[in-house]
Design a protein around this ligand. Structure first.
Ligand code: NAD
Length: 354
């Protein structure tokens, strides 16, 4: 198991260190893990003047899976766009062809009180959002800011999806739906955007290979509403890059804290980049306050999707749930009657349960 570790910026190094301890624990039991640590984002810019330098590119190309903390910070906001930390993240996704982003939104019953929604609406929630990650309006050409024919400045981007791009992400989503409750909702804006009308047509065609999966379609504005009205109606959602970006952040808040949610970005051969859904949280960086559970749960996803070790994934997820049941909480998920702990003490607790 060749794994590259990219701590990144802000709280990244603190949370990745705790996931690293979980990995070390499994290593002592004989798991054949080889790790290499390289910088990405602001940390890479500081060291090499580039958010995705050659040393990182070479390392991540050579491994099976990558564990990332988070990138970004206010000290980099004034840099030219191509030097900013977020560019490193877009570059690594594009370079490795990581087109399938899996973002579960799970609400552990122990944390039902941490959500801003009523407990009965969200308790026991378990949704998987499958977001296409390398196409759509975020990458479509032409794009830019120019002076138009009328002499006025305008900004423009292009929403594009090829048939093969839609087919491969649809296949990922149907495969996941087959392993879950065989229910898939494809989200589009087919009433207004031709690009997503085409998306709907292709997803419907892929569905013929999965007769057991119940496929439904929903407009993105309705999906945004349904996610807060009755989120438990969903099982697996598949959508394009921009809609998925927004809906998965919305879904993450159903579960109380962004500090609890892992993610995976996969290529066509299950090579993957695993990272928490949250950012680098500069406001709490360096204070040992961050919640490391999203990163530890990202490691569990790595065991499941890249290494096909469902047993280890379940064991790590089970350890996290046990720790929550015992009442340990970092500040972001703290409620009265529970025990407030630091990032490293949360890591201690997970390793101890393991
Ligand atoms: P953020 O997710 O970093 O923080 C939002 C809020 O959530 C903050 O109050 C933060 O303290 C809190 N939070 C986040 N993760 C937490 C954790 N593990 N434990 C406890 N609290 C946590 O989002 P932001 O403030 O909008 O962005 C900060 C920086 O992160 C920016 O530079 C942004 O570009 C970057 N960012 C990076 C990624 C990524 O690396 N994938 C994603 C989003 C944002």
């Amino acid at each position: 198991m060749k794994i590259a570790i990219l701590p990144g910026d802000g709280i990244g190094p603190e949370i990745v260190a705790q996931a690293g301890r979980v990995l070390d624990k499994l290593k002592t039991e004989g798991l054949p893990v080889e790790t290499t640590t390289v910088p990405l984002g602001g940390a890479a810019y500081d060291q090499y003047g580039d958010p995705y330098p050659a040393v990182t590119r070479d390392a991540v190309r050579a491994v099976d899976a990558i564990l990332l903390g988070a990138v970004g910070g206010p000290q980099y906001d004034a840099l030219p766009r191509e030097k900013r930390p977020e560019r490193g993240l877009l570059a690594i996704r594009k370079d490795l062809g990581l087109f399938g982003n899996l973002r579960p939104a799970i609400l552990y019953p122990e944390l039902a009180g941490a959500s801003t929604l009523k407990p009965e609406v969200v308790s026991g929630l378990d949704i998987m959002i499958v977001r296409e990650l390398t196409g759509d309006i975020y990458f479509g050409q032409p794009r830019g800011i120019h002076v138009n024919a009328e002499g006025e400045r305008e900004g423009f981007n292009t929403m594009r999806y090829s048939e093969s791009e839609i087919r491969r992400i649809a296949k990922v989503a149907f495969d996941i739906a087959m392993k879950r409750n065989k229910k898939l909702c494809s989200v589009d804006k087919a009433n207004v955007l031709e690009c997503t009308e085409f998306w709907k047509e292709i997803v419907t065609d892929v569905a013929k290979q999965y007769p057991e999966v119940a496929l439904s379609h929903m407009y993105v504005d309705n999906a945004a509403m349904q996610l807060v009205r009755n989120p438990k109606q969903f099982d697996v959602i598949v959508t394009g890059n921009i809609f998925g970006d927004i809906l998965s952040d919305e879904a993450s808040m159903l579960s109380g804290s962004i500090g609890m949610l892992p993610s995976a970005s996969l290529d066509a051969h299950n090579k993957g980049l695993y990272e928490p859904c949250h950012g680098s949280a500069p406001d709490i960086a360096g204070k040992n306050l961050a919640n490391p559970l999203a990163t530890i749960l990202s490691l569990a996803m790595m065991m499941r999707y890249t290494f096909a070790r469902e047993d280890l994934a379940k064991r790590i997820e089970g350890a996290v749930q046990t720790v929550l049941r015992k009442g340990y909480r970092t500040a972001d998920i703290y409620e009265q009657g529970t025990e407030k702990v630091s990032c490293s003490v949360m890591g201690d607790a997970v390793v101890a349960v393991l």
